[in-house]
Design a protein around this ligand. Sequence first.
Ligand code: DQA
Length: 139
Amino acid sequence: MPETPVLYVLNGPNLNLLGVREPEVYGHATLAEVQALCEQAADGVTVVFRQTNHEGELIDWVQEAREKASALVINAAGYTHTSVALLDALRTLTIPIVECHLSNPSARERYRHRSYISPVAAGVVSGFGPFSYELAVKA
Ligand code: DQA
């Protein structure tokens, strides 16, 4: 655990397209704007904010968070609903994990109802657009 708290905010596939991707579902804010919101909400805590389209890279970053982070906010996007490997990586963490989504997956298609993240999350924030991230960071 680092001396000064570090919060990792990790983002999964397609979130780099925020703002242009299905804006009726995900809104108009870009990922850079979401990052700025997180940094503001973190109130002095160092934020490491990253996005990847690759499952293995996301897992590498979770393992890195195990060494370097005091807490983890994760929007695993599509991997939320598919990745046992990501769950296995998250299980190795002892720091608090907050699962975060812009939309509310439970109110959407059935295949989005199952989350592999929720069993290891201290809490879940979903459905509030970029404000979900702000709440997750505050939590
Ligand atoms: C998402 C919800 C997921 O179901 C979806 O695959 C995403 C984004 C969200 O933030 O609402 O890519 O995690």
